[in-house]
Design a protein around this ligand. Structure first.
Ligand SMILES: [Zn+2]
Length: 377
């Protein structure tokens, strides 16, 4: 996901993916033009816009609180959470560790829907008190919408399909009963796929009965849930096979480097054109300084390639493109996904030990497969 940081809460980075703007506009539009005018007719159009804005922002704040609840319980169980990202289909909290026990997973998964129910109850109270105090419809209308949407969110998330919260609860129960996490994940994943198809069918039925936009949206969500179920399962399998593997095990050691003082022209000639890669670590006397890539050369006007140095144009290591040799491969892969060039450096202190690309991880997995084949054959 590509997006930007909006701040941090309890030390957890909050990010917004660019796809989020689509859903923001869609919800704002639906609330302002449809939901609030239908539920509370007779108000000025400016009132609906204010209600729509407040409703949309508070809806996303509720989503964030739901993800924060997961994250805080995870952290209390010793599982670090790096960031929460809001994107087109909701929120997602990033952790690198797989849950160690079914008990942990159960608690972490339950925290989300519980927080949504709590938020729903709070807004319901506001709506109820607002009505009793004869507050304007802008207040009570928004509050009762948020009570409803958070309740729906909790119920939706409780469906026993992985990777929804309900699917995680279900997986934790099967895992607890059978002691077999892979089997539990497989069963819960099938639940997720079934749920995805159900939503898609529901979406098509909606489309044909005249609710075009709502129907298309349901089909999209169903498709996403099905995809997410499959990819979460693949990720689980991958993580299982990478358990205990460290960054140093998969890296390409002692990579060819370029010195910081070299010109961009020389980098192109001696490294990109004469070598096999588009990017090379920048180092001086064994100290890692950054990563130089073809794209960074392209960003500089051609006339300056002969005079500008690699040091000026490189991606510095301070931009989070390094990983320690003893870091888990799961950690390394997370960094790899976030790296702007699809490569990260393995450093100890500031000493350069190696480089990791997706290809290195794939090669390691392939070697592992062969190793198992040979030892079982
Ligand atoms: Zn959740």
């Amino acid at each position: 996901m590509r997006g930007f940081r909006i701040g941090s809460v309890f030390g957890i980075e909050i990010r917004i993916d660019y796809s989020w703007f689509v859903i923001f506009v869609l919800i704002l539009w639906t609330l302002t033009r449809n939901v609030f005018p239908t539920a509370h007719p007779g108000e000025a159009s400016g009132t609906y816009l204010v209600m729509g804005l407040a409703g949309t922002l508070l809806f996303f704040a509720s989503l964030l609180a739901h993800e924060l609840a997961h994250s805080l319980v995870a952290r209390a169980r010793g599982i670090p959470v790096h960031s929460i990202t809001l994107f087109i289909f909701g929120g997602v909290a990033r952790t690198t560790a797989e849950f160690e026990s079914p008990g942990d997973e159960f608690r972490i998964a339950a925290a989300g829907p519980l927080s949504s129910l709590l938020i729903a109850a709070l807004f319901w109270l506001v709506a109820w008190a607002g009505a009793a105090l004869a507050l304007p419809v802008a207040v009570t209308g928004v509050a009762s919408y948020l009570a409803l949407i958070n309740f729906v969110l909790a119920v939706f998330n409780l469906f026993p399909g992985f990777p929804l919260d309900g699917g995680r609860l279900f997986r934790a129960l099967v895992w607890h009963r059978t002691g077999d996490v892979s089997r539990a994940t497989r069963i819960a994943t099938n639940g997720g796929k079934v749920f995805g198809y159900m939503l898609m069918v529901l979406g098509f039925l909606n489309m044909f009965s005249g609710n075009g936009l709502g129907g298309v949206w349901l089909v999209f969500i169903g498709w996403f849930v099905r995809m997410a179920a499959e990819s979460s399962y693949a990720q689980h399998v991958l993580r299982r096979s990478l358990e205990g593997v460290r960054a140093r095990d998969v890296m390409s050691p002692d990579p060819r480097t370029i010195e910081p003082g070299a010109t961009l022209q020389r980098f192109l000639q001696d490294h990109v054109l004469a070598g096999r890669h588009h990017s090379y670590p920048v180092s001086a006397h064994g100290r890692a300084l950054g990563l130089m890539t073809l794209d960074r050369v392209r960003a500089v006007p051609k006339e300056e390639w002969g005079t500008r140095s690699v040091h000026e144009a490189m991606i510095p290591i301070s931009s989070g493109i390094t990983v320690a040799p003893h870091a888990s491969v799961a950690d390394a892969m997370l960094k790899l996904n976030e790296s702007p060039v699809g490569r990260i450096l393995v450093t100890e202190g500031d000493r350069l030990l190696g480089i990791i690309s997706q290809a290195d991880v794939a090669r390691w997995l392939e070697r592992q497969r062969i190793r198992e084949e040979v030892s079982s054959g």
